[in-house]
Design a protein around this ligand. Structure first.
Ligand SMILES: Cc1cc2nc3c(=O)[nH]c(=O)nc-3n(C[C@H](O)[C@H](O)[C@H](O)COP(=O)(O)O)c2cc1C
Length: 173
């Protein structure tokens, strides 16, 4: 069962949880994949509530998002489970099925083809309405060096910004 919520009433909870890591979930060709995100925004643009996510070029999630334009954001009500956090935050779904390994319970989405996850029940269903690759020239040089430094694994691995229109918000019960 899903209890529909007013997303603004949960804004503080969502942002607090995101600062420690929540999940962004996508689905393509029958396979569901989640990654941990620690960067994001909740707000309003074009008169509609949006969740904005920042996904590096190297992520499998980016490949899927570019194909499908749909995602869910999955937020725990209490603490994030450590096993979920570690697997989804360090391993790529390119070569494994993380959610099957974790034995998570998927609940069909209402407005998108991507499911919700019962174990992280606060759910935002999102449709990508805008995306943009970050412009390296426009980033503060100190931050550029901190996050994308030459000679490191993240050289050139810039983020793409995805604006997801929130089409439904609920708690899986
Ligand atoms: C706390 C935490 C926050 C993270 N935040 C982001 C993020 O906002 N954007 C991003 O691209 N990767 C982020 N990551 C890294 C991805 O979760 C990680 O690379 C993941 O394995 C990618 O999975 P995928 O290849 O299946 O998409 C974060 C990882 C952790 C542990």
């Amino acid at each position: 069962m899903k209890k529909e919520i007013n997303v603004w009433e949960y804004a503080q909870h969502i942002l607090e949880k995101m600062s420690k890591g929540i999940l962004l979930t996508t689905k393509a060709d029958g396979k569901v994949n989640s990654m941990v995100i620690g960067w994001g925004m909740l707000g309003i643009e074009w008169g509609t509530p949006v969740f904005i996510a920042y996904v590096r070029k190297s992520r499998y999630t980016k490949e899927i998002l570019d194909k499908t334009g749909e995602f869910t954001v999955n937020i725990p009500l209490g603490e994030m489970d450590k096993e979920i956090f570690t697997l989804c935050g360090t391993k790529s779904g390119r070569d494994r099925d993380k959610l099957a390994e974790l034995g998570l319970t998927l609940e069909e989405g209402e407005t998108v083809s991507v499911p919700a996850i019962k174990e992280l029940p606060l759910t935002l269903e999102c449709e990508v309405v805008y995306k943009q690759d970050q412009n390296p020239q426009a980033i503060d040089p100190q931050l550029d060096n901190r996050w994308y430094a030459k000679g490191t694994a993240h050289e050139g691995n810039y983020h793409t910004v995805y604006y997801g229109q929130i089409t439904k918000a609920y708690i899986v019960e």
